[in-house]
Design a protein around this ligand. Structure first.
Ligand code: ARG
Length: 433
């Protein structure tokens, strides 16, 4: 097994027969600041045995760092005192195509975690809803290709399967768990890439085993020992598979199948019945690449922090939508940092900054520096327009200054909407060729 070093693992080490579908992923994690075992809601939890909170934090930190070293982005949700299981972020929600179905926990002890997730996603502009039926998020819902595998039997209510199917618009395949040691789907099955899974058959009813055999004839099958070592509670980026170091046979099987296993120690977290995958919620955003070819641009429309005018933004949104583009209108008074984080999330083709309060020049100069400071946004088209200076159109000089600060185009009120439309048409052609 290779442990990642400071650099990205070269993908060239993959077996030649396997198409490497690995890509940078975005994960949400929660530091185990208040981790403890004070109640027992699964057979792994024994409140009479004290946990070592320092060790839990160290193991979690290592897992976090492994993701970063593999080139993934890790977002953090703040831990809440009194919620000792909140480290298990995978339980908090399911995120697919940028839509978020927040969990509804079975046990009262964990119910309040859902509030923190509603808040986290809601304040970042995701389309969020809390599940109506008991639903423990990605611990029971695993995306496999275009399907959604859904566990039930111990936690997630089967009635939530129909709700998720409707919400995400993906076919849900229900799988029933029978062994309470494997009370969540992600303790008994891991998705490795679009076509491959690994699982522990004995955790499922005979009918569900048949379904799995039919869907995944080439699956990697785990032994009792590796399942007990929580080896199936693993996170794959399509190439690297992060899993407990103790799952030694699985590690060999994964390598033989062309994956690159990365072992980590999660023994202290296992005292609560959680491991690698439990700590990791994948943020599956809608990427521009998923748009159908020939469609319009994905555009973020926004104003600057000091500007509270709304109608100019609505006008721009309608104009752009009429031209066939998809618009996310962030509204007025947008703080620079929030705008940047939204753009990092959505990765639009175009950012349109509109300001009419006369401070657009000053605010725009600051904002563009902050946008361009992110390598991910260094090539994104960004334009500014409206009434940018208090003394009326700023003229060639201020336009040049804005352009050399990083804007691709400046549309002042005297130039009208026509030149803006021409700009978006050209951009559409260049994005789709
Ligand atoms: N103590 C937690 C519980 O029983 C552990 C959750 C593990 N998370 C997971 N994704 N399987 O709810």
């Amino acid at each position: 097994m290779r442990f990642p070093t400071g650099s990205r693992t070269p993908l060239a080490t993959a077996e030649p027969h396997r198409e490497v579908a690995a890509g940078a992923r975005r994960y949400l994690m929660c530091r185990p600041t208040y981790f403890d075992v004070v109640y027992s809601i699964n057979p792994w939890m024994d409140p009479s045995k004290p946990v070592d909170p320092r060790l839990a934090v160290l193991q979690w930190q290592r897992l976090h760092d492994v993701y970063v070293e593999l080139g993934h982005t890790v977002e953090l949700i703040a831990p809440v005192p009194g919620l000792p299981d909140m480290v298990f972020a995978a339980n908090g929600a399911t995120v697919l195509d940028g839509r978020v179905l927040v969990a509804r926990f079975l046990h009262d002890e964990r119910a309040a975690e859902a509030v923190a997730y509603l808040d986290w996603f809601g304040s970042r502009g995701y389309e969020v809803r809390q599940a109506a039926w008991t639903n423990e998020g990605e611990s029971d819902y695993l995306a496999a290709g275009s399907w959604l595998l859904a566990g039930s039997g111990f936690r997630t209510d089967r009635r939530s399967h129909a709700e998720s199917e409707e919400f995400f618009g993906r076919p849900v395949i229900g799988l029933t768990l029978v062994d309470d040691n494997y009370y969540h789907l992600d303790t008994a099955l891991a998705v490795l890439d679009e076509q491959t899974v690994m699982y522990y058959p004995a955790a499922f009813t005979p009918g569900s085993q048949d379904i799995l055999r039919g869907l995944f004839p080439d699956a990697i099958i785990a032994t009792d020992e590796d399942a007990e070592a929580f080896g199936l509670n693993a996170v794959s980026d399509g190439h690297h598979v992060v899993l407990p170091a103790g799952a030694t046979r699985l590690i060999a099987q994964l390598r033989a199948s062309g994956f690159d296993p990365v072992g980590v120690e999660v023994s202290e977290l296992l005292r609560a019945g959680g491991g690698v995958k439990c700590c990791t919620l994948e943020l599956r955003d809608r990427l521009p690449a998923q748009r159908s070819p020939g469609a319009g641009l994905s555009v973020v429309v926004t104003s600057v922090a000091s500007d509270s005018h709304n109608w100019n933004l609505v006008f721009l949104q309608l104009t752009l939508e009429e031209l066939g583009h998809q618009v996310l209108n962030l509204g007025p008074c947008m703080p620079d940092e929030l705008l940047v984080s939204e753009c990092l999330r959505v990765r639009p083709d175009l950012i349109v900054v509109s300001s009419v309060n006369g401070h657009g020049f000053r605010d725009g100069m600051r904002l563009i520096g902050r946008i361009r400071a992110h390598p991910e946004l260094s090539a994104t088209a960004v334009v500014i327009g409206g009434k940018l200076g208090i003394a009326g159109p700023g003229g060639v000089r201020s336009r040049d200054q804005l352009r050399s600060a990083g804007f691709d185009a400046v549309f002042e009120e005297d130039s009208g909407i026509a030149s803006f439309k021409i700009f978006t048409e050209r951009l559409t052609m260049s994005v789709h060729t």
